[in-house]
Write a protein that binds this ligand. Structure first.
Ligand code: CUA
Length: 339
């Protein structure tokens, strides 16, 4: 019996270690922590959390010290079998304790309400940037309706601007959240949900799907790239006038591979490739990550992905025929040339 238990324990440890090793290649653009807030929502959450911890500490420390004092002061001494003085029936104490408890709980329940109202109030006006999100197994489609841009997985936003996210899902329930910038919300098939985020400082903020959505849920990553308004405008311009002509012979060969192998599922704006099943790949070469944020965007990683997407991301829905190394090199050159 002991041996079986030990074996199970070892198997469990091995599974956890394998999981951690598997998660190692998953890119993180920085901590996904509420403890380093970078936007007005996360600051409000951080304040609520700090207040909670202070309140709990202020109650917990005196209560614990008092209990320890009582345990020592009124411990049973040798030879003393008498009952201590019975005080439990004093209604003043009982009402006092109950009221203190109720007041404490009510304060704890009520004090985060202003923060919640702050999240729920969607900002309006012309200073707001509207983005539409569609969750897919296992990546995010991003649409900027006013700018006419469709992209994936890397949400560019200008700092100091409230961004209203209107989201839904193409398959199962996903959940969007970037802890350093705000709360999170579900993307539900057949429904539209909304939330808003804002970044105060330029930077890259890591996000993640927060709803178990399938085998590669943990690899459904996401990053928000907050830029100065001028940089953001430049990014919008570059997306509206993308570079799609292949540079060099290798990339030109890659374009042919793309037309026959990838174009049915992927779009590159301004080319005949208009597939709508997978992510829009316009400007692919300017992205920092690939595969839904799982790998850094390097030619080696793109080759790795193209040779077997499911090895990188188990359960990925991308279907690709077996390509020769030459075809992979050409396709990689074409994709990396899309700016
Ligand atoms: Cu999408 Cu979890």
């Amino acid at each position: 019996m002991q041996r079986v238990r030990f074996k199970r324990f070892v198997a469990l440890l091995a599974a956890v270690a394998a999981g951690l090793a598997g998660a190692a290649p998953v890119l993180a653009a920085g901590p996904q922590s509420l403890l380093s807030p970078a936007g007005p929502q996360s600051h409000a959450l951080y304040e609520a959390l700090t207040w909670d911890i202070l309140f709990i500490t202020v109650v917990w420390i005196p209560v614990t010290l008092f209990v320890v004092y009582l345990l020592i002061r009124f411990r049973r001494r040798p030879g003393d079998d008498s009952l201590p003085r019975q005080v439990g029936e004093d209604p003043r104490w009982e009402i006092g304790w109950t009221l203190a408890l109720i007041v404490g709980l009510v304060i704890m329940v009520l004090h985060p309400l202003p923060a919640e109202a702050f999240f729920d109030r969607l900002p309006r006006g012309d200073k707001v940037l509207n983005v539409e999100l569609v969750g897919h197994q296992y990546w995010w489609e991003l649409k900027y309706p006013e700018q006419g841009i469709v992209t994936a997985n890397e949400l560019h936003i200008p700092v100091g601007t409230p961004v209203v996210l209107k989201m839904t899902s193409a398959d199962v329930i996903h959940s969007f959240g970037v802890p350093r910038l705000g709360g999170k919300n579900d993307a539900i098939p057949g429904r539209v949900t909304r939330m808003w985020i804002q970044a105060d400082e330029p930077g890259v903020y890591q996000g993640q799907c927060y709803q178990l959505c399938g085998a590669s849920h943990a690899r459904m990553l996401f990053r928000v790239i907050a830029q100065t308004p001028a940089e953001f405008e430049a990014w919008v311009k570059s997306r509206q006038h993308p570079v799609t002509t292949p540079q060099g012979d290798l990339a030109a060969k890659g374009e042919q591979v793309f037309r026959t192998t990838c174009a049915a599922c992927h779009t590159v704006d301004g080319t005949p490739a208009q597939g709508k099943i997978g992510p829009n790949l316009t400007g692919f070469g300017t992205r920092t990550s690939i595969g839904g944020g799982v790998l850094g965007n390097t030619p080696e990683n793109v080759g790795r992905w193209l040779s077997n997407p499911q090895a990188v991301k188990p359960g990925a829905l991308m279907v690709i025929p077996k390509l020769s190394q030459d075809q992979i090199n050409a396709l990689t050159a074409y994709l990396e040339g899309l700016k």
